[in-house]
Write a protein that binds this ligand. Structure first.
Ligand code: N01
Length: 546
């Protein structure tokens, strides 16, 4: 018998399936996992909560949703034909275009037949006797599989704050990360947006175009830089495609998996203030978060260096927003620039120069409750016809814990991670054999080009499964000490930077009670990849294979 294949006999019941691998999620990660594992000859079932493929790009249909990684790079590299045949229209792709691309991939590689849509996993339990995972779902479907590939995403557990009275509101309520299929209408309405992270900052300028009045309820201002999105010229796209493999390789050698403007080589003190400001201006004009954050080596490790850029961007905000009192409210002062995920916008700060847009600083006037007709703050009532929460996610660990995962001896993942996640290489957590997490905690994931990191992880997993098949191995777990050492390394690397200082979702600060642990690995994609390669070269060092 092939040791990778599940031992449970196939059931004829329509609500019970068996597979070699069950993949949860049909976004970029899940689709590629299905493709790779099928190519290994495995029987794969993919479970997806949404009615279609796309993952985050299915759910985030809000006005203005757009990627902040250049479209030519935010795409799969595994198929030269695919990357040659697809045409991107803009420098930074919009949500509809990315979703169309993902649908094309699903079609082109015939992946839909392996996906069960509109099916949310409610539990995942490891059976030590059978050496199988059993996943149950909200539709009654049960899947037994030897391998469980969690491709459930880092930013898929949307979070709506528990504000009193929210159920009473008579108008429509939206969450940016759970946007409905049916078109939402805001023309001539009085609209409230709660939250000014990346999502809110994209939604707000779009709504300002159509809403009668727009009220932005801001708790903490964020740094945002202009995207300077534009149509892609046919020639520049053709040139890029001509050198696609080389471009991908160069990108994989950068810390964030993107080409950008090249890796910085010198720290801020190596140039005088005038030269530095010129560089900051050039980067600001070039546009894109990555360009603004990467001219010098010490911007995310040294407070003084960071403040040179922070002050530059604060100056830009003050120059754009005409009312100085409003500008001051929009200027971030509670964190070092880039230590919370920096936002990328099109006309965000300019929006506040419009008469019908009002910034409500809810630190000065806290929201007391939501009423049938709007939001009540300590200062008064804001009449609203529609309400949008752009209030973020229980990031990275949230989607995994939501699946109610139980490993060996009935150990709950939630209990194992009560003090924070421990995941060897961000891929495997001990006590949960044959569970692979794609872009899990402790891997570069959200700190770079996600598609790049997804491909690297899925390739690692597929190679590992091939190795297991070839060596007649059926179980993989991580060594508890290797996992501890890796978690410690992830923490140490983060401590060398300014990242842990910010109250960001990177440390779980947005979720009450979530342990404060820096979740992604910030040692850079090349260093991470080399570690993975070394682990494999040393016979899967740090893993237990049986
Ligand atoms: O979520 P966020 P997001 N009352 O957590 C506020 C990716 N992404 O969906 O800072 C009032 O960043 C909260 O305020 P505060 C990207 O990685 C990428 O915007 O907690 N306000 C904050 O302002 C991004 O980082 C793209 O004080 C409340 C906001 O809600 C990640 O997704 C686009 C509140 C949440 O900001 C998440 O971004 C979109 C409350 N009770 C998203 N609770 C691109 O590629 C929370 N807030 C461009």
């Amino acid at each position: 018998m092939n040791p990778l294949q599940g031992s449970t006999p196939n059931s004829s019941a329509p609500d019970h399936r068996t597979a070699d691998a069950v993949v949860v999620g049909a976004g970029f990660a899940g689709l590629y996992a299905v493709h790779k594992l099928k190519n290994l000859g495995l029987k794969v079932v993919c479970l997806e909560a949404a009615p279609d493929v796309g993952g985050t790009w299915f759910w985030n249909k809000y006005p203005g949703a757009r990627c902040d990684v250049p479209s030519l790079e935010y795409s799969y590299s595994f198929s030269e034909e695919l990357q040659q045949e697809w045409t991107w229209t803009e420098r930074f792709a919009s949500q509809p275009e990315i979703l169309a691309y993902i649908r094309h991939v699903a079609q082109r590689f015939d992946l839909r037949r392996d996906i069960v849509f509109s099916t949310r996993v409610t539990s995942a339990t490891f059976d030590e006797t059978q050496k199988n995972w059993t996943l149950t779902t909200d539709t009654g479907l049960r899947v037994d599989a030897r391998f469980f590939i969690a491709a459930s995403g880092c930013l898929s557990a949307a979070r709506t704050p528990d504000i009193p009275g929210v159920m009473n509101f008579r108008g429509p309520i939206y969450h940016s990360g759970q946007w409905p299929e049916a078109p939402a209408r805001f023309e001539d309405l009085r609209v409230g947006v709660v939250g000014t992270g990346s999502s809110g900052i994209q939604i707000i300028p779009e709504l300002a175009r159509v809403a009668l009045q727009l009220f932005v309820f801001q708790r903490t201002p964020n740094f945002s830089v202009p995207a300077r999105n534009r149509p892609l010229q046919r020639q520049e796209q053709a040139l890029f495609k001509r050198h696609y493999p080389q471009n991908r390789k160069r990108a994989s050698e950068s810390n964030d998996g993107m080409l950008g403007l090249g890796a910085p080589t010198e720290p801020t003190p190596s140039v005088d203030e005038l030269a530095r400001t010129r560089t900051y201006i050039a980067r600001w004009e070039h546009g894109g978060a990555a360009a603004v954050l990467t001219p010098y080596t010490d911007l995310l490790t040294d407070r003084t260096a960071n403040e040179t850029l922070g002050e530059f961007v604060r100056g830009k905000i003050r120059a754009i927003v005409r009312n100085p009192a409003i500008a001051e409210k929009l200027v971030p002062t509670d964190h070092y620039i880039g230590t919370k995920r920096i936002c990328q916008d099109t006309g965000y700060y300019e929006t506040f120069n419009q008469e019908h847009v009002k910034l409500v600083d809810i630190r000065q006037e806290p929201i007391s409750r939501i009423t049938e007709t709007g939001i009540m703050t300590s200062h008064g009532h804001y009449d609203l016809d529609a309400l949008i929460f752009a209030t973020g996610y229980d990031a990275v660990t949230g989607p995994l814990l939501a699946m109610n995962v139980r490993g060996k001896g009935g150990l709950r993942l939630a209990d194992k991670w009560a003090e924070g996640p421990k995941v060897y290489l961000g891929l495997v957590t001990s006590g949960f054999p044959n569970l692979f997490i794609v872009t899990g905690p402790g891997s570069p994931s959200v700190k770079g080009n996600m598609v790049h990191s997804i491909e690297q992880h899925v390739n690692f997993i597929a190679d590992c499964l091939a190795h297991m098949r070839d060596n007649r191995l059926s179980l993989i777990d991580s060594d508890i000490e290797a996992e501890e050492r890796w978690s410690e390394h992830v923490r140490e690397v983060a401590e060398r930077t300014l990242f842990p200082l910010a109250d960001s979702w990177y440390v779980g600060a947005n979720i009450p009670g979530k342990p404060r642990v820096f979740l992604p690995y910030v040692g850079g994609i090349p260093a991470y990849r080399k570690t993975c390669e070394r682990v494999v070269a040393n016979g899967y060092e740090g893993f237990h294979l049986q």
